[in-house]
Design a protein around this ligand. Sequence first.
Ligand SMILES: C[S@@+](CC[C@H](N)C(=O)[O-])C[C@H]1O[C@@H](n2cnc3c(N)ncnc32)[C@H](O)[C@@H]1O
Length: 305
Amino acid sequence: MGGGLQTSISGLSSSTTSVASSVFSFTYANGRRYHSDRFHKASYFMPNDEKEQDRLDLFHHLFLSLLGGRLCTAPLDNPHRVLDVGTGTGIWAIDFADEHPQAEVIGTDVSPIQPNWVPPNVQFEVEDMEEEWTYPDNYFDFIHMRSMSGSFIDWDRVIEQAYRKTAPGGYLEYQDYGCEMYLLDGTLLQGESEEHPISTYIHHVATAAEKHGRPLTVAPTIKARMERAGFVDCVARRAIWPVGPWPKDKQLKEIGKWGLLGALDSLLPFAIHLLTREGWLVKDIEELCDKVAKSYAKNYYYTYG
Ligand SMILES: C[S@@+](CC[C@H](N)C(=O)[O-])C[C@H]1O[C@@H](n2cnc3c(N)ncnc32)[C@H](O)[C@@H]1O
């Protein structure tokens, strides 16, 4: 999935990044593996095991499909220093490094789950990006962040740091998908609902994330935060992200098929950490996820990416 992984096989070099072994001291809960608790402040709610890595790579494919195969929309002009904040499996950073051999790409994450064999112009660093960023000011031509909902407490501080570390004329791009769900007639699902269990699910998971201090509904707030930090010419774009193969349009139908797979893969991991913290029993979470999965087969839902 994702052509970049294949093209990166040419010109490989071993990543030389060395990391303290404590970052490999992963924690475990409910049969899933999470990042090391060495990061006292960071408390990311999703696992980092192979199952999660497959999910991240599937979403990479979805984002690319939604952008017509592009890795970003910023009008970049020969970028030399690029940062991917919260790089996950590093798939975006690897693809970007392949497409821009002149660029030095750094991917950071609290989880050292990136491959060792990568293009020579990409490197991965284990960093908690809620801490002070260690790079020089005015350094990066392009900073990229994707799917970071639920990651940070103080989003303004993260975007302000991105502003300081961006070189004059450089760009920051944030991509995400909505935490909300709509019916085909444009109705936004809200609160508990017998008819649409996804509404109940989102209500509880989003509320728990909010209580956890790391909201899931950040995408619509990013443009204003960028402007407040000092970025100019900020643009927000929204595209329909179908969840199910219901669209008539061939390309959207394809996205909807992957969108459904991504939504199904996300149900339990999104809920399990946040809702067990709220006192839910695993069996009740599984039951809700099961209801949502069944309703996906019967209803036409979409969100925005
Ligand atoms: C949903 S994943 C997205 C991964 C990647 N950006 C992508 O789109 O494929 C969010 C990533 O952010 C990382 N993350 C969460 N909190 C972080 C923090 N405080 N500092 C650095 N990375 C963090 C997680 O470990 C995870 O890999």
